[in-house]
Design a protein around this ligand. Structure first.
Ligand code: NAP
Length: 245
């Protein structure tokens, strides 16, 4: 039995993506910290779509938990692996909580790197797809969001690099990158946590359900990147953005 694994499946884009992939008949492994929430999502997915679903409660900002998590899920055949869990921080550089910046790197960069590498090493010869969630902030630097942007530049470069390595090497596995603009979710709430910035609503934002449709479109396409353009609302499917030598 094959599974799609989604990190950060308890809320926002990850939760919506779980519903979209379940609707398309995928069995799911749902990972995040809030186990109760994941269990209620799992029950709803099973009753609505008749798929199999497994819940894994894990704090992916803890390095030791990341490797244990991969060891636990390794027993399943995972044909789609979606690294979605991440958080942001809205602050001026001189006000950034250094501890929060470190946690962000641990989750957005370190966990994603560990999980991507282990997955590629196990699945490069199979029909498997790695989808990493970056952001438009992974291609542009926004004022007062520099640590988050830097983590997402990493995700973009790393994932595009993997995608091209796999293609050049003639491997069957594919790597892809979703780069949303603003999306309604719990993201702003966690990004302003422990800052002086007031919680706010995005303008011109997609819903998480719309972003899940784009994630599925990217999965089905031959393209590497789905990215929201700077001056538009639409996500555009395209090849790699960065130069590759
Ligand atoms: N929303 C936007 O405007 C936007 C724009 C561009 C890109 N993105 C990217 O889209 C992805 C999803 O974001 P979202 O907007 O859906 O955010 P969200 O609503 O805040 O969801 C984040 C998810 O990550 C999980 N998570 C957070 N910390 C975790 C940890 N330490 N260990 C395991 N799971 C953790 C959360 O679950 P628990 O709290 O239960 O652990 C939640 O399920 C992220 O990569 C984000 O950078 C978002």
């Amino acid at each position: 039995m094959k599974y799609t694994l989604i990190t950060g499946a308890s809320a926002g884009i990850g939760k919506s993506t779980a519903f979209k992939f379940a609707k398309e008949g995928h069995n799911l492994i749902l990972a995040a910290r809030r186990e109760e929430l994941l269990n209620s999502i799992k029950n709803e997915l099973i009753s609505r779509y008749g798929i199999e679903a497994i819940v894994k409660s894990v704090d992916l900002s803890e390095n030791s938990e990341v490797t244990n998590f991969y060891e636990e899920v390794k027993q399943y055949e995972i044909d789609v692996f979606i690294n979605n869990a991440a958080f942001g921080d809205f602050n001026k550089v001189w006000d950034i909580d250094v501890e929060k910046a470190g946690k962000m790197i641990d989750l957005n960069v370190r966990a994603l790197t560990t999980l991507s590498l282990l997955y590629v090493q196990d699945y490069k010869d199979k029909d498997a797809t790695l989808i990493n969630i970056s952001s438009r902030a992974g291609y542009s630097i926004y004022q007062n969001v520099v640590t988050y942007c830097a983590t997402k530049f990493y995700v973009s470069a790393f994932t595009e690099g993997i995608a091209q390595n796999l293609r050049d090497g003639g491997y069957r596995m594919r790597a892809k990158l979703l780069a949303p603009g603003q999306v309604h979710s719990e993201f702003v709430k966690s990004a302003v946590k422990d800052t002086d910035v007031e919680e706010f609503e995005w303008n011109d934002a997609h819903t998480s359900d719309e972003m899940a449709e784009y994630a599925y479109e990217l999965y089905k396409s031959d393209q590497v990147v789905s990215k929201r353009e700077q001056n538009g609302i639409k996500m555009m499917l395209q090849g790699p953005v960065f130069k590759y030598f």
